[in-house]
Ligand binder design. Structure first.
Ligand code: MN
Length: 239
C-alpha cells in the first residue's frame, strides 16, 4: 500500500505571489516573469529598422511589478530616472518555438499599459563598459502596470495611441501601428530563445520621447482602449 509522500517543509514562508488586478473583475493575474523588448519604434530619422534582426530583450524580476497608481518612489542610486511607456502583453499559455500565427489565438491572455522605468545614467554606464543592464532596469517598482484587460474583452489591438505626459506636457506619443516588430513576432522570437510560461509579461518597447522624471512630477500614460494611469513621483532619496 502506497503512503502519501511527506509534506515538503520549507525553511521559511513561501514568497507571496506577485499579481495584477484584472480590469472589471475581482480576479487577479499571477505574474511569472517579465520580459522587456528593446527599441521597437522608429526614434526619428537616424533610427533605421533592421527587419532581418529582432530587437534585443532583457528581463526584470516579477518583484518589480506594481500597480500603476499612487506614488512612484524615486529610486536610489540615480540622478536620471526615466519613463518609457509601453504596451504590455500577458501570456495565458507558454511554449517553445511558438508559431507567430498561433500567438494571438492561443497564447495571449490580455493586455495592459506599463512603464519600463530606467535609471538611465546606470544604463549609459553599462553600455559604455559592456556591463549588464540589471542595475539600470531591474530595480524595485520599475515595472508599474495597469489592470490587465482580457483579450476576450479588448481583442488584439493593432492600432491605438500610446502616449505619456509629464505635468500635462506631451513626452511620448505614437500608435501601436508603428511597432516595428508586431506582437506575434515578438512572442515567437522570445519563444525561440526561452520556453515561455503562463503568467509571463512582455513589455513591448517604447516610442521616442523618453526623458527624466523629477520628484513631484505627475505622470500620465496610456495605451488607448487598454489602460490609462496617473502616478506622482516621490521624493528623491539621494538629494
Ligand atoms: Mn523599454
Amino acid at each position: 500500500m502506497s503512503q502519501a509522500p511527506p509534506m515538503t517543509h520549507f525553511v521559511m514562508p513561501l514568497p507571496a505571489p506577485v499579481s495584477l488586478p484584472v480590469a472589471g473583475s475581482t480576479a487577479r493575474f499571477p505574474v511569472n516573469r517579465v520580459f522587456c523588448i528593446g527599441r521597437n519604434y522608429r526614434w526619428g530619422a537616424d533610427a533605421v529598422a533592421t527587419p532581418a534582426d529582432m530587437p534585443p530583450w532583457f528581463m526584470k524580476p516579477s518583484s518589480a511589478v506594481v500597480a500603476a497608481q499612487g506614488v512612484l518612489p524615486y529610486p536610489t542610486g540615480t540622478r536620471d530616472f526615466c519613463h518609457e511607456i509601453e504596451l504590455v502583453v500577458a501570456l495565458g499559455r507558454g511554449g517553445l518555438d511558438i508559431d507567430p500565427a498561433a500567438v494571438e489565438a492561443h497564447h495571449i491572455w490580455g493586455y495592459a499599459a506599463g512603464l519600463d522605468l530606467t535609471r538611465r545614467d546606470l544604463q549609459q554606464q553599462a553600455k559604455a563598459t559592456g556591463g549588464p543592464w540589471e542595475a539600470a532596469k531591474a530595480f524595485d517598482h520599475s515595472a508599474p502596470c495597469t489592470p490587465l484587460v482580457p483579450a476576450t474583452v479588448c481583442g488584439h489591438p493593432r492600432t491605438g495611441a500610446v502616449w505619456l505626459t509629464v505635468n500635462g506636457q506631451d513626452r511620448q506619443r505614437a500608435d501601436l501601428a508603428d511597432l516595428l516588430w508586431p506582437v506575434p513576432a515578438l512572442v515567437a522570437m522570445l519563444s525561440r530563445s526561452v520556453t515561455l510560461l503562463p503568467g509571463d509579461l512582455i513589455y513591448t518597447g517604447t516610442p521616442a520621447g523618453v526623458g527624466p522624471l523629477q520628484p513631484g512630477d505627475v505622470v500620465r500614460g496610456s495605451v488607448d482602449g487598454i489602460g490609462t494611469f496617473t502616478l506622482a513621483v516621490g521624493a528623491a532619496p539621494d538629494h
